[in-house]
Ligand binder design. Sequence first.
Ligand code: C2E
Ligand code: MG
Ligand code: MG
Ligand code: MG
Length: 280
Amino acid sequence: RAKDEGKGSHRFFESAMDAEAQARRAMEIDLHDALRKGELELYFQPLFGLSQNRVTAFEALLRWNHPERGMVSPVQFIPLAEETGLIIPIGEWALHEACRIAATWADDIRIAVNISPVQFRSATLNSIVLQALARSGLAPHRLELEITESLFIDNVEATLGSLHSLRALGVRIALDDFGTGYSSLSYLRSFPFDKLKIDRSFIVDLLAHDGATAIIRAITTLADALGIETTAEGVESSEQLEILRTEGCNQIQGYFFSRPIPAGQVAALLDKLSGDRLAA
Ligand code: C2E
Ligand code: MG
Ligand code: MG
Ligand code: MG
């Protein structure tokens, strides 16, 4: 009897796996056509500079308007795009689109674009970045590429070489989700980062643990000493904002200022966030 049950649950498990594999396959087929059908869109979330007291940049964040599923989160489709290689054309499109839109903004506003490790390791990234800059007319220093710590697990030499050749184009490099990955503090010294983006998990902790402020202080102190800027991700409250300001964080990103918004709403948001928003 126990044996039968065991068999039954095994069979159930197999069909659940089938269903999951089928769902993934269906999403993969849809994602393949998403670009051509114009279902992908970039949203923009502001980074607020504390010393400038204004928006200094926006981060471009992919959205997929699926005809039946509705808005699909990048947390769901980016991994699939990476496994299938679709991240290469999608990432190229995102880079062009982000530069095109940012070129219409004021000169003192940067655009940050996420670069997947798969894109980063492809031989064409440099020429794609160059082409996006040339076609949009965006000044290179206004483009910031966000990369993640996973690039440092292996092939450190190749990663370093690619970072230097990207930097030679005049673009900036930000290390995203700092503190969550395979961090070794030593690479902060050897790699040419312009910015650390302190992961949201540390910001969430700020109101819960005393030790969290000490961690933020350690990061901003180290970054300062190395001439690297810091951005705090996922700031949702004025309490968090005040701690980060005290600890010398350079920029704030999070729902406290704004959720990611469509390009058409950027001008109105800049209007709303200008003036004495913080002094109030
Ligand atoms: P990320 O680059 O770390 O982006 C920040 C994520 O945090 C975004 O999620 C943003 O909407 C969310 N966020 C911002 N402020 C807050 C806040 O105050 N509270 C909370 N709870 N969340 C906040 P999103 O847009 O869902 O993107 C998730 C991830 O997907 C990104 O994390 C990035 O790794 C990836 N991604 C998005 N767009 C692209 C892209 O164009 N290319 C690549 N390769 N990856 C992308
Ligand atoms: Mg990012
Ligand atoms: Mg991030
Ligand atoms: Mg993150």
